[in-house]
Design a binder for this molecule. Structure first.
Ligand SMILES: [Zn+2]
Length: 88
């Protein structure tokens, strides 16, 4: 038997934390020079995460972790800016 302590590292807490972190990262990207957001996903991610990999318009960006994510240690997908600024 054990006591449930607030801040205990449950999967649910981890996902909530990741969601908040990724929302902050996304806000930062939207406020920068990027024209789109790319989602990068590690090779060992679950099919749901793999499905959201790629570039997304700002108004259609999926949340991370995505709904239905079954990654063992929580989603490791993350946002990266897409910079469409080539040459002068
Ligand atoms: Zn996943």
């Amino acid at each position: 038997m054990y006591d449930v302590v607030e801040g205990e590292n449950t999967v649910e807490d981890y996902d909530t934390k990741r969601l908040a972190e990724n929302k902050a990262a996304l806000a930062k990207i939207k406020g920068g020079l990027a024209t789109k957001v790319r989602i990068l996903v590690p090779a060992d991610a679950c099919p749901v995460c793999r499905a959201i990999e790629g570039a997304h318009a700002f108004d259609k960006v999926p949340e991370i972790p995505p709904e239905g994510c079954s990654c063992l240690d929580g989603s490791k997908a993350y946002y990266a800016p897409v910079l469409d600024r080539f040459g002068p």
